[in-house]
Design a protein around this ligand. Sequence first.
Ligand SMILES: [Zn+2]
Length: 349
Amino acid sequence: MSSITIGEVSAAPGELKWGSATWAELRDGTKVHLPVMVMNGGKEGPRIHINGATHPTEQIGVHALHILLREKLSPAKLSGSIVAFPIANPFAQQFSDYTSPHDGINMARAYPGSKDGTLTQRFANFIWEESAKYSDLVIDQHENAKDALMFALVHQAKGSDAEKKAFDLARAFGLTVIKSGKMAQNMPGVYSASGGEDIASLAIQNGTPAFTPEYETTTDIGFSEQDPGIKAALTGLTNVLVKLGMIEGTIQQQTGIRVMEGDYVAWGMNVCKRGGLTRRLVKTGVKLPRGTPISDTYDPFGNLVERVTMPVDGYVWGWNVGVPPWWNWSVASGDPIAFIFQDESDASR
Ligand SMILES: [Zn+2]
């Protein structure tokens, strides 16, 4: 048993420590810190890496980490360790933004980053090189605006051992499981892989099991344990710790939310041609044949200018109307409308 040091934060066995792992400076010399929480268990075991607020418009994962690490777990009783970056992108957090305004980078497409890169690339590189790379599991928490299906995305890695373990752990998490498939081919704008990739995708290619839980957020969330998104996060993260033998207990089913059994694969995002105001026409998680109208776009006077349809037989898991997503449900030409997934049997056809 030995101490775990992540940048400037060290935790001895049986300790939970937090602080600034590293920092970078803005143009006026203001330091921006990268917060880290390190729980070093009192017993040997695996190391889990968990990110929150990779997209700071998504805060469920941050609060879930606070509750899990500070209220639910006891470091002395933990077998193994948890390294958590509750706010993985503090640059975007300052602006309540999805991407970093300083360099325009989407943290979910920034890995492995570069230690000599721009602000966001430096923090991505630190997170990867100092923690994620040496972990036994990487979890990167995200969310979509209501109405959204909660699920776990597993990036595929040619059927590797890491991929198999990731599926087992994602199933234990308890949400609907969706494979990445050829999703990257249909990811426009800030979602496209320009200069880097998702930490979960990089980890699994590197041989570390990884997955991405996507929670549902609402406008009335208070971040208590009773909020559905927080409850799903805590149930899922606790299940993973049980599955890995890091804590005592039994795996609990996710309750009060829809969990779809079956084999699903992500298709990507469809985009609109016309700009305007969007009205959604369908629910998430409902099977829709190709060509089904899913949203209408209106001009500023209320005239219908485009009816957006399903590109394939499949389902909507959430809406990303506009870029960055879900500001006011309006779109410009080429903006994404919805995240779409399919039954695996339809996708392979
Ligand atoms: Zn996200």
